[in-house]
Design a protein around this ligand. Structure first.
Ligand SMILES: Cc1cc2nc3c(=O)[nH]c(=O)nc-3n(C[C@H](O)[C@H](O)[C@H](O)COP(=O)(O)OP(=O)(O)OC[C@H]3O[C@@H](n4cnc5c(N)ncnc54)[C@H](O)[C@@H]3O)c2cc1C
Length: 202
């Protein structure tokens, strides 16, 4: 069996392993942290933030409080219509969970303060909920104070030649944790493929 659920799901203990996972594995799951980054996706009739209609433009905002909409990414070309993706981190993600409307208003206020008369209200909005979605329970793995390389090694260790662990948090090097490269990095894929081949041939 290959377990690829996010670290947040493993931490929450919603999956029961029988027999229980070894203490060192549980310690690694507990030691490595999970951070939350959310997105507010704003759709508009007009890309009023662009200097030219065809040239994408990112908007950066320095707030008094850390994590409050530091970047609005122009995703219009991939979305096929004028779209800004606003990032939210830190304590603000909890406000998004409790009062999404207020946070969408705040994102709009920021754009209004930057663009003045050019600003147009969004025509539709979508907010993510990576932090509370039971199938993610967080966005990215993150080192915490006291975490060691051994924790990452332990997290990736198979248990009893029966259970393999793969996915974003199981790779420590080359900055791959927190990226979609991590589950597909050559070492993980090779390890998983050869392990499956051995298991099915035995
Ligand atoms: C806001 C945000 C922005 C990102 N931006 C980028 C980026 O620009 N570039 C980049 O490279 N990466 C980015 N990433 C990271 C990238 O998306 C992840 O690292 C990658 O998707 C992780 O893949 P994974 O297979 O480990 O986990 P996932 O893709 O999360 O897959 C885990 C799977 O497990 C399933 N699952 C969960 N719980 C259970 C359960 N109890 N039982 C059964 N199945 C379960 C889930 O449904 C899911 O299908 C971003 C992530 C976030 C949150």
């Amino acid at each position: 069996m290959i377990v690829t659920v996010p670290l947040g799901v493993l931490k929450a203990g919603v999956i029961s392993f029988r027999p229980k996972l070894p203490p060192r594995k549980i310690q690694a799951i507990n030691n490595i942290g999970v951070g939350v980054v959310e997105k507010v996706i704003l759709s508009f009739d007009d890309p009023f933030w662009r200097l030219s209609k065809t040239q994408p433009r990112r908007v950066f905002y320095i707030s008094d409080t850390q994590g409050e909409f530091p970047a609005f990414i122009d995703a219009s070309d991939s979305a096929g219509r004028p779209v800004l993706v606003a990032f939210l981190t830190g304590e603000h993600v909890h406000l998004l969970e409790t009062d999404a409307e207020a946070m969408v208003d705040r994102a709009s206020q920021i754009l209004k303060s930057i663009f003045g008369d050019k600003y147009r209200a969004p025509t539709s909005v979508h907010v993510t909920n990576w932090g509370t979605d039971p199938f993610s329970l967080g966005s990215y793995s993150t080192p915490t104070v006291g975490v060691t390389a051994k924790d990452y090694e332990q997290l990736a260790q198979p248990v009893g030649q029966r259970i393999l662990f793969a996915g974003e948090a199981r790779r420590r090097t080359e900055n791959t944790p927190g990226s979609s490269k991590a589950p597909w990095d050559p070492e993980s894929v090779r390890r998983g493929a050869s392990w499956v081949a051995r298991s099915t041939c035995n």
